[in-house]
Design a protein around this ligand. Structure first.
Ligand code: HEC
Length: 452
């Protein structure tokens, strides 16, 4: 549940009543700049708290948003556009369905219907400032130079840096796959959190997404240390959960750049926070694990992506879980024709449930939807995860660069891909049974509370 929703709904009802009384005297359209409606929502009291929670993380002095929405002076000229983008639910970027699937996300910045109506009422009333004394205390945001997790966890234990790359001013997507050293650790370590930081300020404009993988010395599978996409920069595992990191190896980068209209030199850093030496967390996570939703059935990777001009395609992929698991996050990765990806569970008893559905997918954003610890789906061994991707190559897709093209698999944004990145923690039967018991106890407490 989102804080403040009920209060805002009440406020809104009051304002609607107030403005109805005024309607006979003044219609919002006839307001000249600077005129305001008495009793309307004000910036200081009603709008600033919403902007602080849902907008300023990007729209601050060093954020990725194109303008600041911090002070009244900064925000006032944008009021009509803010109303437009919020009413259409384009801003804040949040593309997961709000009426299907598991709800309750750690990083939810979305607005309630009440908040959207409140913003609209404020803009229509001439965007009044109200009493500056009503302003909530300003929020502090890390600059692009700082680690976002530093405030919570202190400085990273290890920082890895990629070699620099010159991103051309124009043309197509560009890739950079350098290799960096991984500072040798005294032994195997357990990762608590990781953060991916393009160079500041210009690097953030050109890095579209990227991965840093640790390839261990000797044999052993590569470990996905950190992942980045516009809208996702860090991963903090739940308490008592960690990812095993081998003591030594080298880091392979996979960096995908989008040109920005001017040449930019970028390097990327990854910060790693470990559990203290000797501490072994109770649960081992794989971090974000890649589930392919293309290829399969004997086909090579991506061979089954064939979207006709002005056509559509659906792809599905299934993965059986051999052990119980909890799902901590969901991040679909499609390209420009991608419109939807859902993640469903088919339980061993045959029941089927939509866990999450990103139904307004937008390739410009790579958002990881991070479930709250107490809503994260808990799945028994034998559950089948079923992913469904929908591609739209018609003109109705606003991001479609050219509906006349056949679209096949490829790494460029104009080609297609179908990947689900899922934050997953595999559990043993005892951990699973414990987690289910705790969840049930919490539900009982909740429903008992609701009856009071
Ligand atoms: C995760 C980062 C992020 C958040 C959160 C966010 N924005 Fe944005 N916003 C952007 C970026 C980046 C752009 C420019 C690209 C685009 O329009 O998609 C933008 C564009 C806009 C624009 C259009 C500006 C123009 O010149 O066209 C408006 C208006 C806007 N945001 C308002 C808001 C409001 C209001 C909120 C909160 C309710 C919000 N944004 C939350 C990143 C964000």
């Amino acid at each position: 549940m989102k804080l403040g929703t009920t209060k805002n709904a009440d406020q809104l009802r009051r304002y609607v009543r107030a403005s109805l009384c005024l309607l006979a005297i003044v219609s919002a359209d006839s307001l000249a700049q600077g005129d305001t409606v008495a009793g309307a929502p004000t910036f200081s009291k009603d709008i600033a708290p919403i902007l602080q929670r849902s907008c300023q993380g990007c729209h601050n002095a060093t954020g990725i948003g194109p303008m600041q929405l911090v002070t009244y002076e900064q925000t006032r000229p944008w009021a009509p556009l803010i109303k437009d983008r919020t009413t259409k639910r384009i801003m804040p970027p949040w593309h997961v369905a709000r009426d299907v699937g598991v709800q309750g996300f750690k990083n939810d910045v979305s607005l309630s219907d009440g908040e959207i109506a409140l913003i609209a009422a404020w803009a229509d009333a001439g965007a009044p400032e109200g009493n500056p004394a009503d302003m909530p205390p300003a929020r502090d945001f890390p600059t692009g130079n700082e680690w976002a997790l530093e405030e919570l966890l202190g400085p990273p234990d290890v920082i890895i840096k990629s070699s620099p790359f010159n991103v051309d001013a124009g043309g197509q997507d560009q890739w950079w796959n350098p290799i960096s050293e991984f500072p040798e650790q005294s032994g195997e370590r357990w990762l608590r959190a990781s953060e991916f930081k393009p160079s500041y300020p210009m690097g953030r404009k050109v890095v579209h997404h990227g991965h840093a993988n640790l390839v261990p010395d000797g044999d052993g599978r590569p470990v996905g240390l950190a992942h980045y996409g516009v809208g996702m920069a860090w991963d903090l595992f739940p308490e008592g959960t960690g990812m095993k990191v081998p003591a030594s190896g080298h880091v392979e980068w996979d960096l995908h750049y989008a040109p920005y209209g001017q040449e930019v030199e970028d390097f990327v850093e990854v910060g790693l926070w470990f559990y203290p030496e000797g501490v072994i967390p109770e649960k081992q996570t794989s971090g974000e694990q890649l589930f392919r939703v293309d290829g399969g059935q004997g086909l090579a990777r991506g061979q089954d992506i064939i979207i006709p001009p002005h056509g559509t395609q659906v792809l599905q992929g299934i993965h059986r879980l051999e052990t119980p698991a909890s799902i901590n996050s969901f991040r679909p990765h499609l390209h420009m024709r991608g419109r939807l990806m859902s993640m469903e569970a088919i339980y061993p008893d045959g029941r089927k449930e939509i866990l999450s559905e990103v139904n307004k997918y937008n390739h410009n954003w790579q958002i990881s939807y991070q479930f709250e610890d107490d809503t994260a789906p808990l799945l028994p061994a034998g559950t089948i995860l079923q992913f469904t991707s929908v591609f739209d190559n018609t003109e109705a897709n606003p991001l479609n660069p050219d509906p006349d093209q056949w679209v096949l698999f490829g790494r460029r944004g104009v080609d297609e891909m179908s990947h689900a990145w899922v934050g997953i923690t595999y559990l043993n039967e005892e951990q699973y049974a414990d987690a289910v018991r705790q969840r049930e106890a919490a539900m009982t407490r909740l429903s008992a509370g609701a009856e009071d």
